[in-house]
Design a protein around this ligand. Structure first.
Ligand SMILES: Cc1cc2nc3c(=O)[nH]c(=O)nc-3n(C[C@H](O)[C@H](O)[C@H](O)COP(=O)(O)OP(=O)(O)OC[C@H]3O[C@@H](n4cnc5c(N)ncnc54)[C@H](O)[C@@H]3O)c2cc1C
Length: 481
């Protein structure tokens, strides 16, 4: 992204990476803005899908989150159509109260949601009058293949890659970073450093001691185990998130294999037990050793400190429940480009960057806490803890507002918009005490209009090909080596 945007004759970009250290190697589910990144980089989507063994993602199925045996879906994109001055769910609440059968489930008003349930996929129609224009999607892909793919894009764009291991930093008199020293004695000096070194935060933390805000009291999971298995069914066009006694498991279907993982809280479950639970519930044959990871949910106190900007895991970590981490890298670089510094590093630029980043992380944090806190589960100490725990005031306000009349208002730097919040609140059993009184204005028309919208969506879904056939016709990857 930087190579595409910065003037080549004035800015040189060097990427330092260490094969010896490697990447975290997980992170396979994404959200729709990644398509904007691909477009900005001039990436051909079919070539990208083939190169990364990718499949398409229309949302996430949350199983056993509300209560054991219950399932709901968080689809990408909006619900229904715009019918008046209120958001769609207000009209749906009104009709549900009068005639629940006629209103049907909220998911019936989501084209991506219904397509996911039917295992179908196609790209959106460019014609805005066509119901198929409302398809919002992202991808599941093999994280190491994606890293390799992006590396070739970056090198093609003029980025110089240096293989080596940073072991020390040289500082300026006023506490900024002057150079990074490699294990073989080479040094890399620069005006500006982007710390993308992963959880350690080599520059932002080890050198600059920036500090970290720990959010484990709100998001208690601190461990994960990843275990890829052979594909045992055609890839579904959605991620599965299955809650368990002390966390949840992911299922990410790729073309050549399934990514599986167990995210859990070590205070309630040992790593051995977590691995045993994962192994006993995956389908398919394990393809690698299980990989164990520990993490601290939270964010760096400031992401941009002096001449160091932290991105990715070095800037913070929000657990993968809504697949947001790769997006946060994209969003960080987008924001950096909007505030690109000169050697003076204007304090106002850094202050705005840090403010925006902090709010962005906090809004996502609230959305994740919602999944854990608003549950009816009482079957384990972990869920009792989540139900009883204190939650951020910003989340409490949103929940109170929705529980009153089903209202939701956007906040600055929200990544997840109203339809996502509504899908998860409804799925987790957060319901308004009464419909918005203004929805009654259209009460007569709703009984006729809403079933018509459902019918249009259902008909559009039947016109879509099965996900597997779409991949076969457009972007089947070569068989994995
Ligand atoms: C369990 C789990 C599941 C996840 N699932 C998702 C998901 O579904 N979707 C999603 O969007 N994100 C997910 N993520 C997050 C995602 O994996 C990361 O955001 C993404 O991989 C980016 O990581 P990174 O580049 O910041 O760090 P890393 O992948 O750790 O990369 C760090 C880089 O720095 C280099 N490096 C480190 N130290 C040195 C050194 N001393 N010298 C030279 N080079 C060095 C390494 O070689 C490596 O290239 C998940 C994370 C975890 C832990």
């Amino acid at each position: 992204m930087l190579a595409r945007s910065l003037p080549r004759d004035r800015v040189r970009i060097t990427l330092l990476e260490s094969e010896e250290i490697g990447t975290v190697g997980v992170g396979e589910a994404t959200i729709p803005p990644i398509r904007e990144l691909n477009a900005m980089l001039g990436i051909d989507e079919d070539a990208f899908v083939r190169a990364t063994q990718a499949s398409f993602k229309l949302g996430i199925a949350f199983e056993d989150w509300h209560s054991v045996g219950e399932r709901y879906f968080h689809p990408f994109g909006r619900f229904g159509a715009s019918l008046g001055t209120l958001p769609f769910q207000s009209y749906w609440h009104e009709l549900s109260r009068r005639d629940a059968d006629r209103a049907g489930p909220l998911l019936a008003y989501s084209l991506p949601g219904m397509a996911a349930a039917a295992g179908r996929f196609c790209r959106p129609s460019p014609d805005p009058r066509n119901a198929l224009s409302n398809i919002s999607y992202a991808f599941h892909f093999d994280a190491s293949l994606y890293a390799r793919f992006l590396r070739s894009v970056a090198e093609g764009g003029g980025v110089e890659r240096v293989e080596g291991r940073a072991v020390a930093t040289r500082m300026t008199a006023d506490g900024a970073i002057e150079a990074v020293v490699l294990s073989d004695g080479r040094t890399l000096d620069a005006d500006f450093f982007i710390d993308a070194s992963g959880f350690r935060g080599l520059l932002i933390e080890e050198a600059l001691k920036t500090g970290y805000e720990d959010w484990r009291h709100w998001l208690p999971c601190d461990s994960a185990i990843a275990l890829p298995t052979s594909a045992h069914e055609p890839p579904r066009p959605y991620t599965r998130s299955i809650a368990g006694p002390a966390g949840w498991q992911w299922r990410i279907p790729l073309q050549h294999r399934t990514g599986n993982g167990h995210v859990f809280c070590s205070a309630f479950l040992s790593a051995d037990e977590a691995e045993a639970q994962l192994r006993s519930s995956v389908a398919g044959r394990p393809l690698a050793e299980a990989k164990r990871l520990r993490f601290t949910t939270g964010r760096r106190r400031v992401a941009w400190n002096r001449n160091v900007l932290a991105v990715g895991l070095a800037a913070g970590f929000l657990e993968p429940l809504e697949s947001t981490s790769i997006h946060l890298v994209q969003s960080a670089i987008t924001r950096l480009l909007a505030l690109f510094p000169d050697r003076g590093f204007a304090p106002a630029d850094l202050a705005y960057y840090n403010h925006a980043t902090a709010r962005e992380y906090e809004r996502i944090r609230d959305f994740l806490v919602l999944h854990y806190h608003a549950t009816e589960r009482r079957d384990s100490a972990f869920w009792e803890h989540c139900r009883a725990m204190a939650i951020p005031d910003t989340l409490r306000e949103r929940l109170d507002l929705y529980r009153s009349r089903g209202r939701f208002f956007p906040a600055e730097f929200d990544l997840f918009l109203e339809p996502s919040w509504v899908a998860v609140m409804e799925g987790q059993g957060v319901r308004p005490a009464a419909p918005d009184p203004l929805a009654a204005v259209h009460a007569e028309r709703l009984a006729e209009l809403l079933p018509r919208i459902r019918g249009t969506i259902a008909a559009a879904v039947t016109a879509m090909p099965p996900h597997e056939r779409f991949i076969a016709e457009h972007c089947r990857a070569p068989a994995a080596a």
